[in-house]
Design a protein around this ligand. Structure first.
Ligand code: ZN
Length: 272
C-alpha cells in the first residue's frame, strides 16, 4: 500500500516536472495551447481575440480573414488548413505567443496543432493570407516533411505568392515585378544571395532587416519563376512527390525540366 502511494506521488511529481519543463522549453506553444484560458474571447472557426481589442479591430479582423480564405482558395484550389487564429491587441502580448518579436504575424506548426498569431500590424489581407499559406503547406505535407524536407526559401516564397506587399496581384507580371525589385535591392545581382544561404530558418532570418528583406525577395523571385514554368499543377505534383518520399530538390528540378520539355516539344502541323 505504501509503495503504491510512493509510486503515485512520484508519477505526480514527474507530471508536474514535465509540465514546467514544457512551459520553459516551448513558451510560445504553451501560450497558444492554453489561449482559451487567457484574456481572449473564442469565436467560431478557432478564432481567439484579445478582450482588449477594439470593435474596429474585430471588424477588420473578421473581414480580412474572410478575404484571405478566398485568396487561399483561388491559389490552392481549396483550403485544407484550419489552424486557430489568435489576435493580440498589442506587441507585448503578441511576443508571448510568437517565436519572434518582430513582424506583424507568424504561424506555428507543431505535431499537436497549428496557430496563426497576429498583432495589430497584421490586420490586413496580405499578412493573414501569407500566414494561411504557411499553414496550408504545413497541413498538406505534415509536420515532419515540412520541417525536414522543404527549404525555408520555398515556404516563404510560396507564402509571398498570396501576399502582395512586394508586388502587385497580376500573376502574369509577378516574376518580372520580383526581378525589378531584386535588381534594385541587389545592385543588379552584385549584392545577391544564394538559395543555399537561406535554406534553413536560421539562414533565412539570420541577419538585419535589410538581409531578411533580401531573403524574402530572393525567395519570391525563385518561386514566382518556378511557378511560371510548372503552374499550380506543378505545385500539387511537387507536394505529392515529397509526400511519397522523393527528395524536394529532385522533384523540384524534375518537374521544371518536364514542363520545359513539354513547352519546347514541336507542335504537330495541322493536315500532316
Ligand atoms: Zn512567412
Amino acid at each position: 500500500m505504501r509503495s503504491t502511494k510512493v509510486l503515485l506521488l512520484n508519477l505526480f511529481l514527474l507530471g508536474v516536472f514535465l509540465l514546467v519543463a514544457y512551459y520553459f522549453w516551448f513558451p510560445a506553444i504553451w501560450h497558444c495551447q492554453t489561449v482559451r484560458f487567457g484574456n481572449f474571447t473564442e469565436y467560431p472557426g478557432g478564432l481567439y481575440v484579445s478582450n482588449d481589442a477594439t470593435a474596429t479591430q474585430r471588424d477588420s479582423l473578421t473581414q480580412s480573414i474572410t478575404r484571405s480564405r478566398q485568396r487561399i482558395r483561388e491559389f490552392w484550389g481549396n483550403q485544407v488548413g484550419d489552424s486557430s487564429i489568435i489576435f493580440c491587441h498589442d506587441k507585448p502580448s503578441y511576443s508571448k505567443f510568437a517565436l519572434m518579436d518582430e513582424g506583424p504575424g507568424c504561424s506555428l506548426g507543431t505535431p499537436t496543432g497549428s496557430w496563426i498569431v497576429l498583432n495589430p500590424d497584421g490586420l490586413n489581407v496580405d499578412v493573414i493570407s501569407h500566414e494561411m499559406c504557411h499553414d496550408e503547406l504545413f497541413t498538406r505535407l505534415g509536420w515532419f516533411k515540412t520541417k525536414n524536407s522543404v527549404p525555408q526559401w520555398f515556404d516563404e516564397g510560396l507564402a509571398l505568392m498570396v501576399d502582395y506587399r512586394f508586388t502587385n496581384p497580376d500573376t502574369t507580371r509577378r516574376h518580372l515585378d520580383y526581378l525589378d525589385e531584386w535588381m534594385l535591392m541587389t545592385h543588379h545581382g552584385s549584392d545577391g544571395m544564394e538559395l543555399t544561404d537561406i535554406r534553413t530558418v536560421k539562414g533565412f532570418f539570420g541577419g538585419d532587416r535589410h538581409y531578411i528583406n533580401k531573403a524574402y525577395l530572393t525567395a519570391g523571385l525563385e518561386v514566382s519563376r518556378w511557378l511560371s514554368v510548372v503552374g499550380t499543377n506543378g505545385l500539387h505534383n511537387l507536394l505529392r512527390a515529397v509526400r511519397h518520399g522523393e527528395s524536394f530538390d529532385t522533384a523540384y528540378q524534375r518537374l521544371e525540366k518536364t514542363n520545359h520539355q513539354v513547352a519546347e516539344a514541336p507542335k504537330l502541323q495541322a493536315g500532316k
